[in-house]
Each structure stands twice: as C-alpha cells, then as structure tokens.
Design a protein around this ligand. Structure first.
Ligand SMILES: Nc1ncnc2c1ncn2[C@@H]1O[C@H](COP(=O)(O)OP(=O)(O)OP(=O)(O)O)[C@@H](O)[C@H]1O
Ligand SMILES: O=P(O)(O)OC[C@H]1O[C@H](OP(=O)(O)OP(=O)(O)O)[C@H](O)[C@@H]1O
Ligand SMILES: O=C(O)c1cccnc1
Ligand SMILES: [Mg+2]
Length: 506
C-alpha cells in the first residue's frame, strides 16, 4: 500500500524538499509471488518514462551471477541490498534524493519478453535451458523496496533505498536502480544549489535540451530540475507534456536577424486589448514612440539611432504576442539598439492596453546591462507616467552557473529571471554522484565488503534509519540502527558513533 501511494504521488507533490522521517516506510510492490498483484502494480504506477528502462537494461555480469546463483540453487536466498552514495556532490554539504518513482515503475513492469529471452540465450549459450525458463517466470512481486521519500535532503552512507528479495532477482536490479538514481539525484541537487544561490524570489528556467546528453538526459534534466526547484522549462516541450512542467520560453537571435526592414510586416493592424478599437498601423505607432523616447529629456544622450531590422523583428513579434511580448535585446547592441527598440514597442502596446513582459540578455556583462536597463525602464515609467514599466522582467542567460550567479549577486544586478542550460543539465562541475548498491545481508546473516580505502568498506546489516531533531526543531544527525534494535525515543539520550571514525561520538 505504502509503495503504491509513494509511486502514485504526482511529481508536483514530490517536489517540496522535505525533511524525511527516515524510519523506513515499507513500499513493497506486491507482497508474495503473485501474478495478479504484479499486474495490479503495473496498472497502478504505469510504465517507466523511458521505454528503454526494461529488464535487459543491466550489466551482463548481473545475468552471469543470476545464472551462477541459479546453478548453485541459491537464487531464492533472501538478500538485502543498500543503495547509497559516499560523498555529497559539487563539493557541497547536501544531496537531494531523486529517481525513486522511476525505480518503482521499473520493478512494477519488470518482466522478460520472449524476444529478450531469445537474445539472452544467444549471448549466453553456455547456460542451461532451464535457467531461461526460470527467467521467464520471474518478476519483482517478491521484491520489497524501503525508501526515503523522493525529494528529501539526504547525506552520504545512509541508505536511500533498501531492496530485499530473492538474490538473483535483486542482483539484476543493481545496475538499473543505480542508473535511475545517480543522474536524477545529481541534477536535482544541482538545480537545488542553483535555486539556493539565486534566491527564492528569482524565476529559474531550464534551457538545457539542446546541450543535454541525448534525449533521455534532456527529459530527465527537465523533470529533475523542476523537482530541484526550477520554475519552468523553456526548452523541453515534451517534458511539459509528459510531466505538466510549466513551459516558459522566449525567442532566439535567428528571429531578430531574419528581419531586414520594417517593410516586411504586411499586416500592421492590432486590436486593442479590450477589443474596443483597431489600430490600423501598429508599426507607425512604434516609430512615433521611438522618436518620443529619443527626444525625451530624461533619456537624452542615452539613445541614438537604433537598428531598424531589429525594430521590425520586435514589432512583428509583438503583433504575434501582444499580451506577452518579450524581446531578446542583444543581437546588435543592447543599450543603443535593443533596449530603445524594445521600449518603443512596449509603449505602443501600452497605448493599446497591453502590458509587455520584458527582455532577455544573452551576452555581455549581465550585472551592468541589467542595471542600466532597469534605469531606462524606471526613467520611462517616470517620463511617460506608465505605472509598472520599471518593473518589467529582465531575464538573463549565457553560460550561467552557480559561480556566475554568485558573482552577479556580489556585484549587484537587476535580473529577475535566469535561463540556465549547459552547466545545469550536464552537471558540468561533477560528472556523476557515485551511488552504489551493496549486499548487506543474506538469509539473515550480515555481509560486508572490506577495502583498503575505509570509505569503501560497506556497512553490514539490515538497518533502519532515523533523522534526529533537536529541541529547536532542527535536524541534528542521521542515524542507522539494526533492524532488531528499538527505535530511538523522543527525549531519551542516545549514543551515536561515527561508522568509520572510532573517536567521533555524539
Ligand atoms: N557581471 C558578470 N559577472 C560574472 N560573470 C558574468 C557577468 N556577466 C556575464 N558573465 C558571464 O561571463 C561569461 C561571458 O562569456 P562570453 O564572454 O563568452 O560571452 P559574451 O561574449 O558576453 O557573449 P556571446 O559570446 O554569447 O556573444 C558567461 O559565462 C556569463 O554568464
Ligand atoms: O548558455 P546556456 O546556459 O547553455 O543556455 C542555453 C543557451 O542556448 C541558447 O544559445 P544558443 O544556442 O543560441 O547558443 P549561444 O548563445 O552559445 O551562441 C540560449 O541563448 C542560451 O545562451
Ligand atoms: O526560450 C528561450 O529563451 C531559450 C530556450 C532554450 C535555449 N535558450 C533559450
Ligand atoms: Mg545564447
């Protein structure tokens, strides 16, 4: 029940970064080997987002081990695996756990087709036929998943998921589970870090589709950047369709440079916002406004001649989108051309009852240009008595990342919205999270993996995990205890030992 509830939570519900009670909830997809329960689970959670997430999406060595387990009659031994990571990414102090929903979908749909069985037979000709009959019969109805809720802030070494079941089956899940969690958690954390540095009040848009690692990287990036605190994707319409993520885009330089003159606008009529009148020549109205702002006292010396092909592009874009006009202003020259051209069009729209949305800057010194732009917007608000003009949205893009946003904050800037692509979706500053999936118990006996590198020693035993909160309500520490140990109780002192540093106790 719990698992179905978890898997069915919509993305929107999962988005809040929550402080989890880490006492394991028990999401199991179908208890007991029962085909109808597995079918019910499939129907309830739906298929994985990526149809390539099938039972063959695993390392070959998982099948080799599954065969050897089966040959030794060990395949049904009850195994417990922990999925965890060893170090917070990006040199940071936290990670946001993501990817659980896709894991639940994966196991709910886990089943080999005849075609897949034939392929496995062809690549593993040394295996007995009866093994393939065994594979034909398996699904994940005997697998239990205990997990921290998706979207939680998590820390190294504490299991994000505990996966239990027949060893041969759970072994096959190692690679797809780690695959589904690794990038999801990394990019969600990256998005959360960008949100943290930008601040709550800024609009954050993901611009990454063109730069992401293929279609799956892009779809995952859009889904998990939204989970990590972005407001919208501007770049990925399919993600909007699949997940209901808001879409908010602008336009590119191509639209601006495609225009050569104002003569290219055949239909210049625009109906007033309230429908009461029709302006027969919107382009002339724009030109009048351009003259007025060029002549205005408070703006004198700011504007000279502007690029007329850019003005044509803006005017025609406004005719297409009078209620949400937003212009990319850096194709030719931001302060000399893009800004006055934008203002002329926005003022003409204002005459007809429309409110323009704002501008996007995609090059140059974004702190300086945003501040200068804001000054112009305020000057126009004052000069022509147009309330709200000063508050027009300034969007910035161009190779932005945590460091550039931090630098902008330190310099002072007037950017309201950031569009972030490459650095966000490729997780440029750290390529992978390094999640692992380790056997911690088999047939109720604890197991360990030793290593010269103490950080790589696995922590044995089936565990339960808790996040302890102090009197003030802040989380103090995450602890792991054996499953058989009593739960910690509020108000009762408890000795916590660091798993690797003998001297560290609290
Ligand atoms: N005030 C600022 N402080 C710190 N970094 C900034 C500031 N303004 C812009 N940046 C960043 O500096 C870099 C500028 O890159 P680059 O010089 O390649 O772009 P550009 O020449 O302005 O634009 P383009 O090459 O796209 O026409 C970008 O990563 C941008 O985000
Ligand atoms: O800079 P990112 O964070 O990756 O965001 C995506 C970039 O994609 C677009 O640029 P475009 O494809 O036109 O390339 P360019 O601006 O680099 O020339 C957009 O104008 C952004 O600059
Ligand atoms: O909508 C935009 O402005 C956008 C979308 C993708 C990439 N760059 C910009
Ligand atoms: Mg660009």
């Amino acid at each position: 029940q719990a698992s179905h509830a978890t898997a069915q939570r919509t993305l929107a519900e999962a988005f809040a970064l929550q402080s989890p009670s880490m006492e394991a909830t028990a999401p199991s997809v179908g208890a007991g080997a029962n085909g109808s329960l597995a079918a019910a689970a499939r129907a309830q959670v739906g298929p994985p987002t990526n149809p390539m997430a099938t039972a063959l999406l695993t390392d070959q060595y998982q099948f080799s081990m599954a065969y050897a387990y089966w040959k030794a009659g060990k395949h049904a031994d009850h195994a417990v695996f922990d999925l965890y990571f060893r170090k917070n990414p990006f040199g940071g102090e936290f990670t946001v756990f993501a990817g659980l929903e896709e894991c639940i979908k994966f196991i709910a749909n886990f089943k080999f087709t005849e075609d897949e069985i034939s392929f496995l037979q062809s690549v593993m000709p040394m295996c007995e036929d009866a093994f393939f009959d065994y594979l034909r019969g398996i699904d994940c109805s005997d697998v239990e998943v205990y997990s921290i809720p998706e979207g939680s802030v998590v820390f190294p070494k504490v299991p994000l998921m505990r996966v239990e079941g027949p060893v041969a089956v759970v072994q096959l899940l190692e690679t797809p589970f780690v695959n589904l969690i690794n990038y999801a958690s990394l990019v969600t954390t990256n998005a959360a870090r960008h949100r943290h540095v930008a601040g709550k009040s800024k609009v954050l848009m993901e611009f990454g589709l063109r730069r992401a690692q293929g279609p799956d990287g892009a779809i995952s990036a859009s889904k998990y950047c939204f989970m990590g605190g972005f407001d919208a994707t501007s770049s990925n319409v399919l993600a909007g369709h699949l997940f209901g993520i808001p879409l908010r885009g602008t336009h590119s330089h191509a639209y601006v440079s495609s225009y050569m003159s104002l003569d290219e606008i055949p239909d210049r009529t625009l109906r007033n916002k309230d429908g009461s009148k029709i302006c027969k020549d919107f382009v002339s109205l724009v030109k009048e406004w351009l003259c007025k702002i060029q002549a205005a006292d408070s703006l004198r010396n700011v504007f000279g001649d502007t690029n007329q092909s850019e003005l044509a592009a803006f005017a025609s874009y406004a005719l297409a989108f009078p209620s949400s006009f937003l212009a990319l202003v850096d194709t030719y020259d931001v302060m000399r051309s893009g800004i006055p051209n934008f203002c002329a069009v926005a003022l003409a729209l204002h005459d007809l009852g429309y409110k323009a949305s704002g501008i996007r800057l995609d090059s140059g010194d974004l702190a300086y240009l945003s501040i200068e732009t804001r000054k112009v917007f305020h000057a126009i608000e004052k000069e022509f008595n147009i309330p709200g003009f000063g508050k027009m949205v300034i969007t910035a893009s161009n190779d932005l990342n945590e460091e550039t946003i931090d630098a902008l904050n330190k310099q002072g800037h007037e950017v309201d919205a950031f569009g972030i692509g490459t650095y966000l979706v490729t997780c440029y500053s750290q390529a992978a999270l390094g999640c692992v999936f380790k056997l911690v118990e088999i047939n109720s006996r604890p197991r360990i993996k030793l290593s010269e590198d103490v950080a790589k020693v696995s922590i044995p035993c089936k565990k339960r995990c808790f996040r302890l909160y102090g009197k003030e309500g802040y989380p103090l520490v995450d602890i792991m205890i054996r499953e058989s140990e009593p739960s910690p109780k509020a108000g009762e002192r408890i000795l916590c030992r660091h798993p690797f540093l003998e001297s560290k106790r609290a």
